[in-house]
Ligand binder design. Structure first.
Ligand SMILES: [Zn+2]
Length: 115
């Protein structure tokens, strides 16, 4: 999960995990570990919204209790902070989920035939 957060291959920690912002590589360029079958689905978005929401709401309550901001300034500032956090966290959250799914072999359990 830590290697995924750092956008590196969960197996070797050297190869890149993403070929673009949210598309993982089919296989690690260094060790050849396959990631094409791993699907993180909505997990990264859920984690990103959960973390961003808690941080931004707490920050908003702290700032609003200390100083009085015009509504337009508050909306602009906290929207910008939220957007920056989402862009900064989403790829790392996907890396965490890919690392977790790879470690637990959950993608193999889903694709295996039921008995
Ligand atoms: Zn690797």
């Amino acid at each position: 999960m830590i290697r995924g957060f750092l956008q590196r291959c969960p197996s070797c920690g050297k190869g890149r995990l993403f070929r673009s912002y949210l598309k993982q590589v089919d296989a690690c360029a260094d060790c050849g570990e396959a990631f094409a079958d791993i699907r993180a689905d909505d997990g990264p978005a859920w984690l990103t919204v959960m973390v961003t929401g808690h941080v931004v709401v707490a920050l908003m309550m702290m700032v609003e209790s200390l100083l009085t901001m015009p509504l337009w300034a508050s909306i602009a500032a906290f929207s910008a902070i939220s957007g920056a956090m989402v862009l900064g966290l989403l790829q790392r959250a996907k890396g965490i989920f890919i690392g977790l799914i790879w470690h637990t072999k959950a993608s193999e359990a889903i694709s295996a035939p039921a008995n």
